[in-house]
Design a protein around this ligand. Sequence first.
Ligand code: MV4
Length: 497
Amino acid sequence: MKRVLIANRGEIALRIIRACHEEGLEAVAVYSAADRRSPHVRAADHAIAIGPAPPAESYLSIERLIAAAHESGADAVHPGYGFLAERAAFAEAVEQAELIFVGPPSAAIRAMGDKTEARRRMQEAGVPIVPGGSAPVDDPAAAVAAAEEIGYPVMVKAAAGGGGKGMRVVRDPGALSAALETAASESLKAFGDSSVYLEKFIEHPRHIEIQVLADGERTVHLGERECSIQRRHQKLVEEAPSVALSVDLREWMGAAAVSAAQAVGYRGAGTCEFLLTEDGSFYFLEMNTRIQVEHPVTELVYGVDLVREQLRIAGGLPMRVHPGWLNPRGWALECRITSEDPANGFLPSTGRIEYLRVPAGPGVRWDSGVEIGDEVTLYYDSLLAKLIVWAPDRAQAITRMTQALDELVVVGVATNQAFHRRLMADPDFRKGEIDIQFLERRADLLAQNVSPGRILDLAVAAALAEDHARHARRPVATAETATPSEWARQARSEGLR
Ligand code: MV4
């Protein structure tokens, strides 16, 4: 493996390019017409135009990506996340073109993509799954009987689903047939498949996911990520480790994730999603057969570069992690900075990034795909950057994140920065008292409850306070201070510059 084509854009494309270079590999960027001048294009060693801005004609076109790989002389393809990352047909097309797919075998993607098949495989492997059916239900009468057996509330889920589409909660038999119908039609529209199945609905769980790595020889886990802070299936904040896991529970869930990966012949980096209840029971939900957005929090607490390990494994090298070393150290938090306007129902906001001040300092990581001058459009995901911090413990990580959020300035597009600041200050969040419904209960954190007029007053007050603080910080010469000249000494003592 010498040259890797990155079938993606934005922050993850840059992240992969950096890993390629550290591994001594060349990186090939692909770009749509909207991304001609994007940072990932400049960072790569080669760049190939693959089509117009709409994803269907560029980043989602298997044909154009394979053609770009051949044209550039690439011998491997990294899909990143989103776009084609979990399409078994893409992995297959890459394999058939005699290129290396930097990801799991297409068969593992396919097995985990069908949720009822995944449940059957997990059951055989002894991985705990949510009580419910492991085959699609085809008629309402059978569904009523199955729901009775499972016990209400139940959840209707799309067999082809994932990520929350085609799901319905049903609290009594009277509501079941309508839910079956809407879930089936939603699933048909989203995935081209109308099969649905039933599960027990788990109330107020945490969303915990376990990172795994497999190199064909060994399969290991790298602990958990706590991903409960989400809104409408979009994660906003992730952390590692989770306050809810003891050392023992981490090993139990880790062992379950390793069994899940082994059951489908997994290779590379992958993530098993679990629901964790208050009493410490956990249930496998699904496996994400890709590198995930939130992978950096695991990297920081485990000291492992997951993307470099993906590249090594794809190239046939053993992974450089040894189970004996794998212990989490300290605490990491990630805030997803999106171009979404909290004052406008979190709708995507567009515009030119007119100014950007990036946070820095010890334990601060900024994974971003945008720079000053870049245009934020509606063609792609609204993720602008991931702000990630590491500190020795959770309280210090929150303090560090608060400071980093204070340093961050984005001018030109609305962002969710203020939401993150409110969350970091929230007493319940600081106590770690969170579950997947946290933000539904806490609409106050999502809302911008400051009027525009009040913001102007606050801006003036902030400017005055900053000016005052600068005066207070101005160095004053003392008797011991070596003075380069009488002019400078006088100027300093008078507070002049
Ligand atoms: C569930 C559930 C409760 N009970 N299944 C959402 C996305 C998909 N991965 C599965 N999901 C859920 N499945 C049962 N039986 C609650 C969710 C769920 C959820 C899960 C993880 C993170 C956020 C979520 C938000 C709403 C619902």
